[in-house]
Design a protein around this ligand. Structure first.
Ligand code: G4P
Length: 524
């Protein structure tokens, strides 16, 4: 029997949030508990502030930071924690979606005053699609916020998931007294402090002790609230959480390090260890002895002095060993990695081995693209890396006739990295780049120039959505393509994509061609 201890103790997850909800603050506190950093303030936010949208040095700096903080790993109790960082800026949302394919669970941070915000909603959609277990942390309880019961209703409604509070706040804002930890049945009293671990008191809520600690009025209210919770919400069931059907909810304040350790303690106990991963051919179990993994993210370090890329590989099964021969399935060639890295909070170290659940960084000079699979020889293809229909489109044109080749190569490699999506219009042969936000166009133009010595020019194209089309009725599909020939394109895999110029046109097309399926993600 193989020893699965290494796999069972791993917890690989991402913290996701709408910008400003407190993701950076929470990450930092978790690292504090893991002994990875000694003081608060050591983790830089990877947020790109609004003022920085045209400040390239700033973006480079930010990107540089996100290379080293892309994965943060540490030991806590008997567990090995891998936190995957996600970009703060919504223009890089696609990056976050991909990161979610490499995690086994997610912690969502919600601002207690603002409730559910747009980014939270979108990210939750991806979790729901993949049935990723989520825990919700309601942050900023030290500020005036919404009524906790209303907030639970809002979470349930907006995120479309059943919720179950595992802790409960006693007042909030300036009156915030602490939380009752339902999971551990303890009272945690709040002491505003940015670095100290909070005081915990084991209190039986049915005795006078509670009244002594927080006063009779609050004690009675808390008892009433808890009774209501027990009446309204089904008992916490780890199974429904693991299936992605129910999200436990915790309250606290990341900035003040309140409620964070409680969250972490519960998290390590209930969050899943590495889960089986579906490949096209079969399901791959983490405890299988042979190594398999896939590339979910490629980050270029655009410091011109050390131009290098790191491909991030999630290990799906077995044990990865430095210098061992592995098969790059798409290229059909054997590769050895002499300097694979793992990531601590502020540094990278070369490692000799890693296990299922871990993320390793592989130095890359253009051999990898997102979704590539590595194995010990088996022809496996991991899937689950959908592209979403972009929100913005522009024609990309060559601005320097002498650099045609450089431009083509640059576009190719940036698309491999997943920076944006490329469609080739079948009518006029022009290349269209689709992105989630304006910032991506700027990044592409800048990187083409700086890394490939190629200049490009953007030209407007008025499009509403790209959708992948397919049909069991080849004649109808042909008829559709003929009717829409000016709006048909191919993606990089050669699949048919319909570029609709308005919602109205799209709806008409859907009505006229009943046997055609219109997909808004590339995975169907
Ligand atoms: P993000 O990564 O999700 O974008 O959020 P981040 O942790 O950077 O927090 C966003 C802002 O919210 C920061 O303030 C941070 O200090 C504050 N914050 C985070 N957690 C709490 C909390 O529990 N209570 C309160 N009151 N505030 C919290 P900022 O002014 O934007 O930045 P800074 O100057 O404090 O660094």
């Amino acid at each position: 029997m193989a020893d699965n201890t290494e796999i069972l103790r791993r917890r690989t997850f991402a913290i996701i949030a709408h910008p400003d909800a407190g993701k950076t603050s929470l990450t930092e506190k978790l690292l504090l508990f893991g002994g990875q950093i000694q003081v608060a303030g050591a983790v830089k936010s990877n947020k790109i502030k609004k003022t920085a949208t045209s400040d390239w040095m700033e973006i480079e700096k930010q990107r540089g930071i996100s290379v080293t903080t892309s994965v943060m790993e540490f030991d806590y109790r008997d567990y090995k924690i891998n936190i995957l960082d996600t970009p703060g800026h919504q223009d890089f949302a696609e990056d976050t979606y991909r990161t979610l394919t490499a995690v086994d669970s997610v912690i969502i941070v919600v601002d207690g005053a603002k409730g559910v915000e747009t980014q939270t909603r979108k990210l939750m959609e991806v979790c729901r699609m993949r049935k990723t277990p989520v825990i919700i942390f309601v942050n900023k309880m030290d500020r005036e916020g919404k009524d906790p019961f209303d907030l639970l209703d809002e979470l349930e409604e907006e995120l479309m998931i059943q919720v179950r509070p595992l802790s409960w706040p006693i007042e909030q804002g300036a009156r915030f007294k602490g939380v009752y930890n339902i999971y551990e049945q303890k009272l945690d009293l709040y002491q505003p402090s940015k670095q100290m671990v909070t005081e915990k008191v084991a209190v039986d809520i049915h005795t006078d002790e509670l009244d002594e600690q927080i006063g009779k009025t609050l004690a009675d209210k808390l008892r009433g609230d808890l009774e209501l919770i027990e009446g309204v919400y089904p008992e916490f069931d780890a199974e429904t959480y693991l299936e992605g059907d129910c999200a436990p909810v915790f309250f606290g304040s990341a900035l003040n390090n309140f409620g964070v350790q409680e969250l972490l303690n519960c998290f390590v106990e209930i969050a899943p260890s590495p889960r089986p991963v579906q490949a096209e051919e079969r399901e791959v179990k983490p405890e299988e002895p042979k190594f398999t993994g896939f590339i979910f993210k490629i980050t270029a370090n655009i410091d011109p002095n050390h131009r290098s890329c790191v491909a991030f590989c999630k290990i799906c099964s077995g044990k990865f060993v430095r210098n061992a021969p592995y098969q790059h399935v798409r290229h059909g060639k054997t590769m050895r990695f002499s300097s694979p890295t793992q990531f601590m909070a502020q540094r990278k170290t070369t490692i000799d081995e890693a296990y299922a659940g871990d993320i390793i960084g592989l130095p890359d000079n253009g051999t990898f693209k997102i979704g590539d699979t590595l194995t010990e020889g088996e022809m496996l293809h991991f899937r689950g890396l959908p592209s979403f229909s972009p929100e913005m489109f522009k024609y990309i044109e060559n601005a320097d006739p002498m650099k045609q080749k450089q431009l083509a190569k640059g576009i190719d490699q940036l698309m491999d990295e997943g920076v944006a999506q490329l469609f080739v219009n079948q009518f006029n042969g022009r290349k269209i780049i689709g992105t989630v936000g304006q910032l991506q166009f700027e990044v592409i133009q800048y990187r083409l120039l700086n890394e490939y010595n190629a200049s490009c020019r953007w030209e407007p194209v008025s499009l509403y959505k790209a959708c992948w089309v397919e049909s069991d009725d080849p004649a109808e599909l042909e008829a559709f393509k003929k009717r829409k020939y000016q709006y048909m394109a191919k993606d990089r895999e050669g699949r048919d994509v319909f570029l609709a110029d308005s919602n109205y046109v799209l709806q008409m097309a859907q009505m006229d061609f009943k046997n055609i399926r219109f997909h808004f993600t590339s995975e169907f």
